[in-house]
Design a protein around this ligand. Structure first.
Ligand SMILES: C[S@@+](CC[C@H](N)C(=O)[O-])C[C@H]1O[C@@H](n2cnc3c(N)ncnc32)[C@H](O)[C@@H]1O
Length: 476
């Protein structure tokens, strides 16, 4: 996605409300990278559109999430939400299934199952069992650390065989292939016990429904050869260098050293302070279902959308996928309802239209955090300079005037107050440079960072102290 330049100026929250740190980060990024959503792919035309429980109504009862078996979600409300998540994932999988065989392995094995779909962190098979039943000619492999969860999947599969008609399935041969254990009852369903990191078999499509935190990013890096991906991440609050990611840590004894946030080059241009990323990740990790749609939570949803946009852009930049972001139906299926879609040309996927409801939701954040230009001086035009940092003529003039006051004074240096948006700090550097002055930043985190200007050679003479004079741009 090319960074966009909406006609907004980050100044303050509406009505002068002081912004939280994560809101400032969101407000800083939105003028440069705005998340966009496409509609969740439709159910297949031959799906029974009137039946709310699609596709479960065609499957054995044991393939459902709810049930009496240990490991099934006996609690009806939670099970209903999980089924909505699975329905949304399956809609994406069916839409993205490649229509032609293009992978090297498929060319060699024309007579075998047509595609291998891996469900990373697939647990007890909530998603994999229905998929294996719906796509009998595809191999479905569940990769999970949890031996107990995988055992439950095998038990559930046994129940499905008793109830279901298995005449169309693959012939049963070996129980164990390349470290994967085949389900005897659903022969196109396999389990692989181990961390995502250790799975090295080829596959065509990768899925991950709520694969925790950094494990999602480890799995994304496994998709170099894949034709398509459908990822609905969770635990984004753990995407943070300061925290041990519980699952990746459990699997490997360390966070993955190769993963740094943000991951995409586009984000790195606009977000390079670790504390900013950590705040964004923390804010995006809300878990209250009631906040899935509330307008007061719009900025957190946008923070989540930004995190997933970073992943989406990373997959485009690094592995050449075409990508889109979509959202589960209904949103209340889970607060972790964003789905990253990735595909290659071999998938005859027709990208769906933009999702106006999701985009209106982001607009709520924009309205809250950004003040439209039209509310200020309409002759003020944003500039695009220094890595797409935008500011208006008014903002530039205001900074120039303040620096001029300093130049006309006898002060040695002028220190702008802390907590200026990064965009404005860059503007100070830009203007000071144009005026032939020295300019520098001090302090590490956003809360401490100051930008100072001074006459040539002044830096050696005086230590900087934060100015008590507010700038006109710092209104909070
Ligand atoms: C929140 S559960 C989701 C389970 C399933 N996808 C679902 O939606 O019902 C996360 C699963 O990911 C697995 N997991 C987390 N990190 C993993 C890793 N690094 N390698 C393999 N599995 C992992 C956990 O064992 C757990 O079963």
């Amino acid at each position: 996605m090319t960074p966009t330049k909406p006609a907004h100026v980050v100044v303050q929250g509406v009505k002068g409300v002081r912004l939280k740190q994560f809101e400032r980060v969101v407000a800083d990024i939105l003028p440069c990278i705005q998340p966009s959503y496409v509609l969740l792919p439709a159910k297949p035309a031959n799906g029974d559109l009137d039946v709310k429980s699609w596709p479960f109504h065609t499957l054995p009862a044991a393939a459902r999430v709810w049930g009496t078996l240990e490991g099934q979600l006996a609690q009806k409300e939670r099970a209903t939400r999980k089924e909505a998540q699975i329905r949304s994932m399956i809609r994406c999988v069916l839409a993205l299934l490649p229509t032609t065989k293009t992978t090297q392995r498929d060319k060699k094995e024309e007579n075998s199952a047509s595609y291998t779909i891996v469900d990373f962190g697939g647990g007890s098979g909530h998603l994999a069992i229905p998929l294996a039943l719906l796509l009998p000619s595809c191999r479905i492999v569940v990769v999970d650390l949890g031996q107990h969860s995988l055992e439950l999947m095998h038990q559930k599969a046994e129940l499905c065989q008793i109830e279901g008609n298995d005449s169309t399935r693959l012939p049963l041969s070996d129980d164990s292939i390349d470290g994967m254990r085949r389900c005897r009852a659903i022969p196109n369903l396999f389990s692989f016990h181990g961390p995502v990191e250790s799975f090295n078999q080829p596959f065509d499509m990768a899925l991950a429904l709520h694969l925790c935190g950094e494990a999602t990013d480890v799995a994304l890096r496994k998709c170099v050869q894949a034709q398509a991906i459908v990822f609905a991440p969770c635990c984004v609050g753990k995407l943070n260098r300061e925290r041990k990611n519980p699952y990746v840590w459990q699997a490997t004894g360390a966070n993955d050293p190769s993963i740094k946030y943000p991951q995409s080059n586009q984000f790195c241009q606009f977000l390079n302070e670790e504390s900013d990323w950590n705040e964004l990740a923390k804010a995006a990790d809300y878990s209250n279902i009631a906040e899935c749609r509330s307008s007061r939570n719009a900025a957190r949803r946008t923070a989540k959308a930004l995190l997933e946009t970073d992943r989406r852009l990373f997959m485009e930049e690094t592995f050449g996928f075409r990508t889109a972001l979509t959202r589960m139906e209904p949103w209340e299926a889970t607060p972790k309802n964003d789905i990253i879609l990735g595909w290659r040309d071999s998938c005859s996927f027709k990208q769906t239209a933009r999702d106006s409801e999701c985009e209106a939701d982001i607009q709520l954040t924009i309205d809250h955090l950004l003040i439209p230009l039209s509310e200020g001086n309409s002759s003020s035009k944003p500039h695009r300079l220094m890595n797409c940092v935008d500011w208006t003529s008014d903002e530039e003039e205001a900074i120039r005037e303040q620096i001029q006051v300093y130049v006309d004074s006898k002060e040695h240096t002028f220190v702008f107050p802390v907590r200026l948006p990064r965009r404005i700090r860059k503007l100070v550097h830009y203007v000071a440079d144009q005026m032939g002055l020295e300019h520098w930043s001090e302090g590490k985190g956003r809360a401490d960072k100051t930008v100072s200007v001074g006459r040539k050679g002044c830096r050696k003479q005086l230590p900087s102290t934060p100015s008590t004079h507010p700038t006109r741009l710092e209104t909070t």
